[in-house]
Each structure stands twice: as structure tokens, then as C-alpha cells.
Design a protein around this ligand. Structure first.
Ligand code: AMP
Ligand code: MG
Length: 404
């Protein structure tokens, strides 16, 4: 049996991104940038009005309040007035329209009195009020997004503002999923006595998508080593990572390890000193110059989801070229005493909250590895050290934030 840290070291060592490709911006959400993106033009591209109002020369209001200015025309977003604004003049301007030459400020329409072709201003207006300057958001030539960033919605909006139709990203890893267990029923099958729903596959599909990977669902098989092996052999070429759930413990019908070994995979470890998820198995298979990462995940839902977050999500990130590949870690205080046996790192499903300037955690419910409810209401995993036995309320522990 090995430790959590050793297991992670073995998996994460020497992982290289799969490759690069160009994708349309519309398909780029959750993909990882494989290029530095430079701003090809400033944003905003031209100096413009931030309000509906009147573009004037600020000097017109200095020591001359109240002042009456002539409205010389109108300019809305997308239009260009094209003439200079002189002393004594005002241009009716709408939000987003370019500031005309001569003008250096905008007074909002609610703040002036309109009398026929004139406005009356009753306060001093400073230079630059309600003006958005060219490049004040992003400068031309600036590296605005760096290689290794996983694109979120805001990044996509920014790239669109820069007119990027296509961008270079890393290839997204493909992850095969095979559920094993005689008792499993699919969502559209009858739940007969002794059978349960295959929930693991669906939780994993969602986790893989949220990590930016491509899930490939190979369904479920009974506890039959030949069938497990057959599905592995048929599909391994397509996958970068292969996940099985169930059948990896010491039971009479646990055939996953046997199946991996029969296809020539090299066992890197089996069993990690952790709870839940102890029987985790990890294999490597070299195929056509590519390394395949093969996992035998235990069957219980909490073991599956937590093992995914701690081992497989970071591996997907590394294969996708993402720079920050580990879960976000904080230190938080236990809000109750915690007792455990020595010898295994405990992953607790917890809720994180903020109180008196510090992070605190409370268990999201009973921690049995078969419980789904506690996963559904947790937003973090607390790591209770392997050799700890008793931790009193208030003790600080490591916490990994999850967004599953
Ligand atoms: P095993 O490791 O195969 O003994 O499975 C451990 C526990 O996880 C058993 O109670 C299984 O019924 C349950 N289990 C296995 N596979 C799944 C699955 N795909 N979805 C939900 N529960 C599962
Ligand atoms: Mg089983």
C-alpha cells in the first residue's frame, strides 16, 4: 500500500500534453490555450462616450456657470459625426459613440436642461468625465492571455472582442469509462431485486466534461474477466485515459486487475492508504508511442468521485497543457472534533464557509463511501492526515475546493 503523495507523484510524473489543434472560438470553452494571445488592436478600439449625454469641451464650463451651449448635431453608437466641436457647442452623443474631435468630456443628459437647440449646464464639468479612452481596457500588442490558461466564459468574450475566429489550443484528452458489476442497471432498465443503478458512469461523464476532457461511455459489464478485457482491447486505441469502476478490490468477483494485466498493462500501484478509495489501481500501457493511463476505480460513488478529483482531474489538466493542474487548496478550521484510525488519509466531504475572517469546514453529512447525498452537498474535500487520530474543533487542515 502506498501513500497519497507517492501515488500522485507516480501518476503526474512526465505527463506531456497530447498535441495542439486549431478550433473555432465557439468550440473553445474549457479548452487550454496553446498560444500566447496578443491584442491585435486596443480595447476599446476608439475613445467613446460611456453615457447618453452631450460631448463638450470641459473648458466651456470653467468659471462660466451656468453656461448655454448650442446643440450642433447627434451621434449614436456605430455612427461618426465627423466634425470638430468648437467653443460654445455640444453634440448629443449616445453610449459607445466615438468622442468627436475638440470635445474632451461628456455630461449625462439627465444633468442638463434642454431649451430648444440649446443645453444649459449648471455645474463645472471636469476633463474626461464619462469618457472611455482607446486602449484603457487592453493595450494594443499586450499579451492578454497566456499559454496554459483554461478558457472560461470571460476569456471567450475577451477573445471575441479581439476578433479571434480561431485559436490554437491543446488537444482535449479522451477518457473511456467502463462500469463493472453484475448488479448494475442502466437508467432505462428495470431495477430488479438486488440490482442498483449505474450512477458512477454519469457522475464521471460530468466530471470529465467539467475538466475539459472528452468522455467516452462504454456502458457496463458484469463481473466477467473476458468481457472486461474485450471492451478494453476494442477501445484502448481511442482513449488517453481509461477508467473502470468497481471490481478492483479483493473480492472473489473482482476481475479488473486481471483484465488490465491480460492486455499487457504495467501495474504502477494498487491500494493507496486513503479512505474512501483504498483499492485504487493504476496501470500504464505504451501503445503506438503514446502512453495510456489506466485506472481501476473502486465501485462506491464517493471513492469514484473523490479519486477523480484528486488523481484524474489533475492528470486531464496535465494532458491538456493546463498550467495550474492541482485543485485549489486552502487551510480551514474543523468546526467539530474529529476521530479516526491511524494509517489512512481521510478525505472528508465538507462544506466550506467563512466566519470571523477565516475559513471553516463542516461535514456535509455521513461519510460512508456509498453515500451520494454527502457528495451532492459538499463543495470541498478536507484532507485529514494519515497519522492523525484525534483532531479537536478549531484544528486547521488542508482543504481542496471542488466544483463538480
Ligand atoms: P465493488 O468494488 O465492485 O465491490 O463495488 C463496491 C460498491 O460500489 C458496491 O456496493 C457496488 O454495488 C457499488 N457500485 C459499483 N459500481 C457502481 C456503479 N457504477 N454505480 C453505483 N454504484 C456502484
Ligand atoms: Mg463489484
Amino acid at each position: 500500500m502506498i501513500n497519497f503523495e507517492e501515488a500522485r507523484k507516480i501518476i503526474f510524473e512526465n505527463v506531456k500534453p497530447i498535441g495542439k489543434e486549431r478550433v473555432f472560438l465557439e468550440d473553445a470553452f474549457r479548452r487550454v490555450l496553446a498560444e500566447n494571445v496578443k491584442a491585435s488592436h486596443p480595447i476599446p478600439p476608439f475613445t467613446n462616450s460611456a453615457m447618453d449625454g452631450f460631448a463638450i469641451r470641459s473648458g466651456n464650463t470653467e468659471g462660466k456657470i451656468p453656461v448655454k451651449l448650442k446643440i450642433v448635431g447627434e451621434e449614436s453608437a456605430g455612427k461618426i459625426f465627423g466634425k470638430e466641436i468648437h467653443e460654445g457647442e455640444a453634440l448629443y452623443i449616445l453610449t459607445g459613440a466615438p468622442l468627436p474631435p475638440g470635445a474632451d468630456t461628456v455630461i449625462p443628459q439627465e444633468e442638463v436642461k434642454i431649451e430648444g437647440d440649446y443645453i444649459i449646464i449648471t455645474r463645472k464639468v471636469g476633463k474626461g468625465e464619462n469618457v472611455r479612452y482607446a486602449g484603457e481596457d487592453i493595450k494594443e500588442g499586450e499579451i492578454i492571455l497566456e499559454k496554459g490558461i483554461q478558457l472560461n466564459s470571460a476569456h471567450i468574450g475577451l477573445l471575441a472582442a479581439l476578433g479571434k475566429i480561431e485559436i490554437e489550443v491543446f488537444v482535449a484528452p479522451k477518457i473511456g469509462i467502463l462500469a463493472t458489476g453484475e448488479e448494475l442497471r442502466e437508467l432505462n432498465e428495470l431495477l430488479t431485486p438486488g440490482s442498483i443503478r449505474n450512477s458512477n458512469t454519469y457522475a464521471l461523464i460530468a466530471q470529465i466534461k467539467s475538466a475539459g476532457g472528452i468522455p467516452l461511455n462504454y456502458g457496463k459489464v458484469g463481473d466477467n474477466p473476458e468481457e472486461i478485457k474485450k471492451i478494453m482491447e476494442e477501445n484502448l486505441n481511442t482513449c488517453d485515459i481509461f477508467l473502470t469502476t468497481g471490481g478492483v478490490s479483493v473480492g472473489k468477483y473482482d476481475y479488473v486487475k486481471e483484465a488490465y494485466e491480460s492486455i499487457g498493462a504495467e501495474r504502477k500501484f494498487w491500494r493507496v492508504a486513503q479512505k474512501p478509495g483504498m483499492p485504487l489501481a493504476f496501470y500504464i500501457l505504451k501503445k503506438e508511442n503514446r502512453i495510456k493511463y489506466l485506472f481501476g476505480l473502486p465501485g462506491n460513488p464517493a471513492s469514484v468521485m473523490i479519486s477523480f478529483e484528486e488523481y484524474i482531474r489533475p492528470l486531464i489538466y496535465l494532458l491538456s497543457g493546463r498550467k495550474n493542474y492541482l485543485l485549489r487548496e486552502i487551510q480551514a478550521r474543523l468546526s467539530h472534533d474529529y476521530k479516526k484510525k491511524k494509517g489512512r488519509l481521510n478525505f472528508l466531504r465538507v462544506k466550506v464557509f467563512f466566519k470571523n475572517g477565516e475559513y471553516w469546514i463542516t461535514e456535509s453529512g455521513p461519510q460512508g463511501s456509498g453515500f451520494l447525498r454527502t457528495l451532492a452537498f459538499a463543495n470541498a474535500i478536507a484532507l485529514i492526515p494519515k497519522d492523525a487520530e484525534y483532531l479537536s474543533a478549531g484544528t486547521k487542515v488542508k482543504v481542496h475546493l471542488v466544483e463538480w
